[in-house]
Design a protein around this ligand. Structure first.
Ligand code: G3I
Length: 310
């Protein structure tokens, strides 16, 4: 790395710049160094999911999540908690419970995990991916057993446990105005009207090179006009491999455009990238700003220029 290079987090004055991390890569010094130098917010990529923290009933294991919280503390980073209620990564033991047991377990899980991390988490993704593509609530274990009201319930429970945490609903394919984001908009409007303690909407933003939605900023704006924070929570921009200089340039323009969209909306509080090196990414497609040898790709300078207002 160029010793004189500035770091993204020092250019990020108006918004936070976040990254999803895993402590399983902490043995690599480049990983820790770049993560701590460049970013001022972190999300646990997997370590705070239900299957990770309570794989068998009553046996909680917060070690990996705690390592991330400790890393954040050492590096003055905020922490986004991901995620309390999701249809995926639900441990097997929960899936075989009776309906009555599911309701109490739902409440206990939110309470246990948020109590463990109380005061250490800036924002929680309370519910994740609760919509189908057509804008109706997903037919998940939660919806089947608890009905439409499970979303409001989750927020009420969460707010009681940690009244200082910002509480988010988070989803993908909601970055444009479409049936799914319209369904989300309707639900969030209702929750706000009912006084449910919801504070933000997270737009995951798993994109492809050359395909950033043109109406992303105006869509962020309509949600923020409901009196909510909005955040980009899981940004990555995958290309069809092999990588070429042209695709890397387009990817850089795409990263820049997403950061510009966030900066154009006053209540867009931050952008989190879902990992930072192609060495550790859930998706095949060189989707992240650093390559698999930890070298910055053109996207890094493009993001920095936007953060600096150039
Ligand atoms: O930890 C186990 C390991 O013990 C085991 O040996 C190995 C064998 O497959 O699996 C490991 O767990 C994997 C875990 O990632 C950690 O690497 C799971 O199988 C794998 O399913 C899991 O994938 C994660 C996925 O969510 C499902 O939870 C991805 O890393 C993570 O990037 C992805 O993140 C999601 C967000 O939470 C929600 N939005 C979409 C996003 C991308 O899919």
């Amino acid at each position: 790395m160029n010793a004189n290079a500035q770091h993204l987090r020092s250019s990020a004055n108006k918004i936070y710049i976040g990254v999803a991390l895993t402590p399983s890569a902490f043995s690599e010094s480049n990983y820790k160094t770049i993560a701590g130098q460049e970013f001022n917010c972190l999300t646990a990529e997997n370590e705070m999911k239900w299957d990770a923290v309570e794989g068998s009933r009553g046996n909680h294991n917060y070690n990996a999540g705690d390592q991330l919280v400790e890393f954040a503390h050492q590096n003055q980073m905020k922490v986004r908690g991901h995620t309390l209620i999701w249809h995926s990564q639900v441990p097997n033991w929960v899936q075989s419970l009776s309906k009555a047991d599911i309701e109490s377990t739902f409440k206990k899980h939110i309470t246990d995990e948020m109590t463990h991390y109380k005061g250490k988490i800036y924002a929680w993704d309370v519910v994740n991916e609760v919509f189908e593509e057509n804008g109706v609530l997903r037919n998940s274990i939660w919806h089947k057993n608890l009905g439409d009201n499970f979303v409001a319930e989750a927020f009420k429970i969460a707010h009681e446990v940690d009244p200082n945490a910002k509480l988010y609903i988070n989803d993908y394919n909601i970055e444009s105005k479409n049936a799914k984001s319209d369904g989300l908009y309707k639900l969030v409007s209702q929750l706000k009207a009912q006084g449910v303690p919801i504070h933000g909407v997270g737009f995951q933003s798993h994109f492809s090179v050359g395909a950033i939605p043109h109406d992303f900023a105006s869509n962020l704006q309509r949600f923020s006009a409901l009196g909510l924070d909005v955040a980009i929570t899981e940004l990555d921009i995958a290309m069809k491999l092999p990588s070429t200089p042209e695709k890397l340039s387009q990817q850089a323009r795409d990263y820049a455009s997403v950061f510009k969209d966030c900066l154009s909306v006053p209540r867009c509080v931050g952008v989190t990238i879902w990992g930072f090196t192609d060495k550790h990414s859930w998706i095949h497609g060189d989707a992240l700003p650093w390559d698999s040898n930890y070298h910055p790709k053109p996207a890094v300078a493009a993001i920095e220029a936007v953060l600096k207002g150039h």
